[in-house]
Design a protein around this ligand. Structure first.
Ligand SMILES: CC(C)(COP(=O)(O)OP(=O)(O)OC[C@H]1O[C@@H](n2cnc3c(N)ncnc32)[C@H](O)[C@@H]1OP(=O)(O)O)[C@@H](O)C(=O)NCCC(=O)NCCS
Length: 173
Protein backbone atom coordinates (compact mmCIF):
# COMPACT_ATOMS: atom_id res chain seq x y z
CA UNK A 1 0.00 0.00 0.00
CA UNK A 2 1.25 3.49 -0.74
CA UNK A 3 0.23 7.02 -0.01
CA UNK A 4 -2.26 7.00 -2.86
CA UNK A 5 -4.44 4.77 -0.66
CA UNK A 6 -4.43 7.32 2.13
CA UNK A 7 -6.44 10.43 2.68
CA UNK A 8 -5.53 13.35 4.87
CA UNK A 9 -8.27 15.29 6.62
CA UNK A 10 -8.64 17.60 9.63
CA UNK A 11 -8.52 15.85 13.03
CA UNK A 12 -11.92 15.23 14.66
CA UNK A 13 -12.85 14.76 18.33
CA UNK A 14 -13.51 11.06 17.73
CA UNK A 15 -9.90 10.54 16.55
CA UNK A 16 -8.55 11.20 20.06
CA UNK A 17 -8.44 7.55 21.24
CA UNK A 18 -6.59 6.41 18.10
CA UNK A 19 -4.16 9.31 18.37
CA UNK A 20 -3.44 8.44 22.01
CA UNK A 21 -2.64 4.86 20.95
CA UNK A 22 -0.43 6.16 18.17
CA UNK A 23 1.52 8.40 20.55
CA UNK A 24 1.93 5.52 23.02
CA UNK A 25 3.34 3.29 20.28
CA UNK A 26 5.50 5.95 18.64
CA UNK A 27 6.95 7.71 21.69
CA UNK A 28 6.46 5.32 24.60
CA UNK A 29 5.79 6.13 28.25
CA UNK A 30 8.90 8.34 28.52
CA UNK A 31 7.38 10.92 26.18
CA UNK A 32 5.93 13.10 28.92
CA UNK A 33 9.39 13.84 30.30
CA UNK A 34 10.71 15.16 26.97
CA UNK A 35 11.36 18.88 26.67
CA UNK A 36 9.06 19.24 23.64
CA UNK A 37 6.19 17.56 25.52
CA UNK A 38 6.76 19.70 28.59
CA UNK A 39 6.79 22.80 26.44
CA UNK A 40 3.36 21.87 25.09
CA UNK A 41 1.86 21.36 28.54
CA UNK A 42 -1.17 23.59 28.90
CA UNK A 43 -0.92 24.63 25.24
CA UNK A 44 -3.76 23.45 23.04
CA UNK A 45 -2.72 22.30 19.56
CA UNK A 46 -3.87 24.67 16.82
CA UNK A 47 -7.13 22.97 15.78
CA UNK A 48 -7.00 24.32 12.23
CA UNK A 49 -3.57 22.69 11.72
CA UNK A 50 -4.25 19.27 13.29
CA UNK A 51 -4.43 16.64 10.57
CA UNK A 52 -4.79 12.87 10.43
CA UNK A 53 -3.94 10.33 7.72
CA UNK A 54 -6.36 7.48 7.12
CA UNK A 55 -5.73 4.27 5.22
CA UNK A 56 -8.82 3.50 3.19
CA UNK A 57 -8.00 -0.12 2.47
CA UNK A 58 -7.73 -1.50 6.01
CA UNK A 59 -9.95 -4.56 6.23
CA UNK A 60 -11.97 -3.08 9.09
CA UNK A 61 -12.69 0.15 7.25
CA UNK A 62 -10.72 3.40 7.18
CA UNK A 63 -8.04 3.31 9.85
CA UNK A 64 -6.15 6.22 11.37
CA UNK A 65 -2.47 5.69 10.55
CA UNK A 66 -0.85 9.05 11.21
CA UNK A 67 -1.28 12.37 12.97
CA UNK A 68 0.32 15.79 13.04
CA UNK A 69 -0.26 18.71 15.37
CA UNK A 70 1.29 22.13 15.85
CA UNK A 71 1.45 24.38 18.93
CA UNK A 72 1.81 28.15 19.04
CA UNK A 73 5.08 29.27 20.60
CA UNK A 74 6.93 32.46 21.30
CA UNK A 75 10.70 32.82 20.94
CA UNK A 76 12.30 35.42 23.16
CA UNK A 77 8.77 36.81 23.71
CA UNK A 78 8.02 37.16 19.96
CA UNK A 79 4.89 35.36 18.75
CA UNK A 80 3.87 34.11 15.30
CA UNK A 81 5.87 30.86 15.37
CA UNK A 82 4.79 27.23 15.70
CA UNK A 83 6.29 24.11 17.22
CA UNK A 84 5.73 21.11 14.93
CA UNK A 85 4.69 18.01 16.78
CA UNK A 86 3.80 15.49 17.70
CA UNK A 87 4.15 13.87 14.27
CA UNK A 88 3.67 10.12 14.27
CA UNK A 89 2.81 7.29 11.88
CA UNK A 90 2.01 3.72 12.98
CA UNK A 91 5.09 1.58 12.40
CA UNK A 92 3.31 -0.82 10.01
CA UNK A 93 2.59 2.18 7.74
CA UNK A 94 6.10 3.69 7.87
CA UNK A 95 7.92 4.48 4.65
CA UNK A 96 4.90 5.38 2.50
CA UNK A 97 5.47 9.16 2.66
CA UNK A 98 2.61 9.50 5.12
CA UNK A 99 4.68 11.61 7.53
CA UNK A 100 5.99 13.78 4.71
CA UNK A 101 2.50 14.35 3.30
CA UNK A 102 1.12 15.26 6.73
CA UNK A 103 3.92 17.78 7.11
CA UNK A 104 3.57 19.22 3.60
CA UNK A 105 -0.15 19.81 4.06
CA UNK A 106 0.18 21.11 7.62
CA UNK A 107 2.98 23.50 6.65
CA UNK A 108 1.03 24.82 3.67
CA UNK A 109 -2.00 25.50 5.90
CA UNK A 110 0.25 27.24 8.42
CA UNK A 111 1.70 29.42 5.67
CA UNK A 112 -1.79 30.33 4.44
CA UNK A 113 -2.79 31.24 7.99
CA UNK A 114 0.07 33.73 8.26
CA UNK A 115 2.50 31.96 10.57
CA UNK A 116 6.09 32.96 9.92
CA UNK A 117 8.28 30.20 11.33
CA UNK A 118 8.04 26.54 12.32
CA UNK A 119 10.45 25.03 14.84
CA UNK A 120 11.02 21.44 15.96
CA UNK A 121 13.49 19.17 17.69
CA UNK A 122 14.29 16.19 15.47
CA UNK A 123 16.47 14.43 12.88
CA UNK A 124 17.74 16.83 10.22
CA UNK A 125 18.06 13.93 7.73
CA UNK A 126 14.28 13.49 7.81
CA UNK A 127 12.97 17.01 8.21
CA UNK A 128 15.24 18.54 5.57
CA UNK A 129 13.08 16.63 3.06
CA UNK A 130 10.42 19.31 3.62
CA UNK A 131 12.87 22.21 3.95
CA UNK A 132 13.92 22.36 7.62
CA UNK A 133 17.41 23.65 8.39
CA UNK A 134 19.57 23.54 11.51
CA UNK A 135 19.20 26.62 13.70
CA UNK A 136 22.56 28.25 14.49
CA UNK A 137 23.76 27.09 17.93
CA UNK A 138 22.69 29.46 20.67
CA UNK A 139 19.92 31.23 18.72
CA UNK A 140 17.14 29.27 20.47
CA UNK A 141 16.95 27.94 23.97
CA UNK A 142 14.30 25.78 25.61
CA UNK A 143 13.15 25.45 29.18
CA UNK A 144 14.78 22.02 29.51
CA UNK A 145 17.65 19.96 28.09
CA UNK A 146 17.95 19.81 24.29
CA UNK A 147 20.52 18.67 21.76
CA UNK A 148 21.25 21.90 19.83
CA UNK A 149 22.13 19.96 16.66
CA UNK A 150 18.51 18.71 16.54
CA UNK A 151 17.01 22.21 16.79
CA UNK A 152 15.52 22.83 13.35
CA UNK A 153 13.45 25.57 11.74
CA UNK A 154 11.59 26.29 8.52
CA UNK A 155 10.76 29.80 7.35
CA UNK A 156 7.19 30.06 6.07
CA UNK A 157 7.82 33.67 5.07
CA UNK A 158 11.31 34.52 3.77
CA UNK A 159 13.72 35.98 6.32
CA UNK A 160 11.73 35.26 9.48
CA UNK A 161 14.33 33.10 11.24
CA UNK A 162 16.53 36.13 11.93
CA UNK A 163 13.60 37.77 13.80
CA UNK A 164 13.50 35.03 16.45
CA UNK A 165 16.10 34.63 19.19
CA UNK A 166 15.85 33.47 22.79
CA UNK A 167 13.87 31.06 24.91
CA UNK A 168 11.06 29.07 23.30
CA UNK A 169 7.87 28.96 25.34
CA UNK A 170 4.43 27.52 24.70
CA UNK A 171 2.01 30.31 23.92
CA UNK A 172 -1.01 29.77 26.13
CA UNK A 173 -2.85 32.93 25.06
C1 LIG B 1 9.30 9.73 11.88
C2 LIG B 1 7.98 9.21 11.28
C3 LIG B 1 6.88 10.21 11.55
C4 LIG B 1 8.18 9.04 9.78
O1 LIG B 1 6.94 8.71 9.19
P1 LIG B 1 6.86 7.87 7.81
O2 LIG B 1 5.50 8.08 7.25
O3 LIG B 1 7.32 6.49 8.01
O4 LIG B 1 7.95 8.62 6.94
P2 LIG B 1 7.85 8.93 5.39
O5 LIG B 1 7.40 7.71 4.69
O6 LIG B 1 7.08 10.16 5.19
O7 LIG B 1 9.39 9.24 5.07
C5 LIG B 1 10.03 8.60 4.07
C6 LIG B 1 11.49 8.97 3.97
O8 LIG B 1 12.04 9.51 5.17
C7 LIG B 1 13.10 8.68 5.65
N1 LIG B 1 13.08 8.70 7.12
C8 LIG B 1 12.08 8.31 7.95
N2 LIG B 1 12.45 8.52 9.24
C9 LIG B 1 13.69 9.05 9.21
C10 LIG B 1 14.60 9.49 10.21
N3 LIG B 1 14.32 9.44 11.52
N4 LIG B 1 15.80 9.99 9.80
C11 LIG B 1 16.11 10.07 8.48
N5 LIG B 1 15.29 9.68 7.48
C12 LIG B 1 14.09 9.18 7.86
C13 LIG B 1 12.80 7.34 5.07
O9 LIG B 1 13.97 6.56 5.02
C14 LIG B 1 12.31 7.71 3.69
O10 LIG B 1 13.41 8.13 2.86
P3 LIG B 1 13.38 7.93 1.27
O11 LIG B 1 12.21 8.74 0.75
O12 LIG B 1 14.70 8.47 0.83
O13 LIG B 1 13.18 6.46 1.05
C15 LIG B 1 7.60 7.82 11.86
O14 LIG B 1 8.65 6.92 11.65
C16 LIG B 1 7.29 7.84 13.37
O15 LIG B 1 6.14 8.05 13.75
N6 LIG B 1 8.31 7.63 14.21
C17 LIG B 1 8.14 7.61 15.66
C18 LIG B 1 7.76 8.96 16.21
C19 LIG B 1 8.73 10.05 15.85
O16 LIG B 1 9.93 9.89 15.97
N7 LIG B 1 8.19 11.21 15.41
C20 LIG B 1 8.97 12.34 15.01
C21 LIG B 1 9.36 13.18 16.17
S1 LIG B 1 8.06 14.27 16.70
Amino acid sequence: MGCRDMIIRPERVEDQTDINHLHEEAFGPGRFAKTAYRLREGVEPVAALSLVALSQIAKDGARLVGSIRFAKISVGGKKGALLLGPLAVFVDYNGHRCGLRLMEQGLELARQQGFGLVVLVGDLAYYQKVGFLQVPAGQFDMPGPIDQSRMLALELQPGTLADYKGVIRGNTL
